[in-house]
Design a protein around this ligand. Sequence first.
Ligand code: ZN
Length: 114
Amino acid sequence: MASLKAKRFYDSKAWRRARRKALLEAEFKSCVDGSDVSGRARAHVDHVIHFERAPQLGLDPLNLRVMSPAQHNQRHARADYDPARQGCDESGWPSGTSHPWNIMQKRPWYIKRK
Ligand SMILES: [Zn+2]
């Protein structure tokens, strides 16, 4: 179950604003298959790194992605989706494509900007 901290977060104005921005930026398209998720209750905004694991990334636009409720449920039903459980290669680089290091590598501007 979601913690009290998570409940407060998801009730916050800041989260609703970040969520809205993520939806606009994604043009209401699912990051999984590009399908249209506009319309009431058709979109979920997911945390790449789960909120419970990294609350400090809760509002980070790079940690947010848009998908349908069904895709979201599917994601959470799969424990192997957890980037922390996907292991690494022989150099120690994480193999999970959703691992923040791999996300940042695909977006070098993110590193430069910081
Ligand atoms: Zn999620």
